[in-house]
Design a protein around this ligand. Sequence first.
Ligand SMILES: NC(=O)c1ccc[n+]([C@@H]2O[C@H](COP(=O)([O-])OP(=O)(O)OC[C@H]3O[C@@H](n4cnc5c(N)ncnc54)[C@H](OP(=O)(O)O)[C@@H]3O)[C@@H](O)[C@H]2O)c1
Length: 286
Amino acid sequence: MKKILVTGAKGQLGSELQVLASNYPLFEWVFTDRGELDLSDLVHLETVLSKIDPQFIINCAAQTAVDRAETEVALSDLLNHQAVAVLAQWTHANDCKLIHVSTDYVFDGIASNALTETAQPNPINVYGVTKLAGEKACLELNPNSIIIRTSWVYSSFGNNFVKTMSRLMQEKESLNVVNDQIGSPTYAADLAQAIMTIVTNNTWQAGIYHFSNEGEISWYEFALAIQEIGKFDCAISGIPSAAYPTPAKRPQYSLLDKSKIKQVYGVVVPDYKGSLRGCMKLLRSE
Ligand SMILES: NC(=O)c1ccc[n+]([C@@H]2O[C@H](COP(=O)([O-])OP(=O)(O)OC[C@H]3O[C@@H](n4cnc5c(N)ncnc54)[C@H](OP(=O)(O)O)[C@@H]3O)[C@@H](O)[C@H]2O)c1
């Protein structure tokens, strides 16, 4: 029985993989979070990996606090880059397949068309710099790895835009949301499914893939969709990013082109609104 090790298993994506795991009983699943496998402990990391000895690693662990990363540079680099290098080295030496998750924030946001995997990265914040360094280390030290870049991740697990907006729309009479950052949200459950489509495929084609839900929207339009589905009574206004300063700069345009993952792996990419509806239905039933 092949063993799949999931890191960061209590995060959004890791939790969605835990939900899916029962659909894949032919694999032995090992879910770890920082307690069982601390990615910041580079020396110990290899020892734990050898002990678990998986045939697949899905790396969901990361420093994902984009604004905090601006001041926590060393920690971000440790988790998003150096630990990925160790995973890549270990998987290469031990004939293990590595799926590493990266981000649309490796791009600068200057583009105006959906970004393919060959588009030139040029991160504009520390998080993006460390995630890009992780991608490079991954492909250099294990050219057989698969990297999936994703964007604007949400889930019924963890904290995210959908949960925050839903709460604020019930608490407040009006809200301002930025309308000049364009991309597409990703329901972590859909990303987890896409990952399992790759894992269970007979062919393994290494390299970078893009995955998010279908749609091209701003955060403001995303908020409007949340409002519509939740039937929240709150006035929502679109504002420019300049009116909502954050420690980390965000790319203005980071829509990912999903053609490659669809063509190579036949991954089905659901529309963002249907997935949002599914997630919010789950949240309401909790
Ligand atoms: N969230 C987004 O909008 C977004 C967008 C684009 C790409 N991504 C990428 O998608 C992947 C999954 O993101 P996500 O949203 O599922 O992230 P998440 O919910 O923040 O989960 C990250 C997980 O990593 C764990 N972690 C942190 N430090 C660790 C350490 N030292 N050792 C082991 N585990 C550690 C966290 O544990 P604690 O909770 O204990 O810290 C958490 O369980 C990441 O690679 C991220 O960069 C995310």
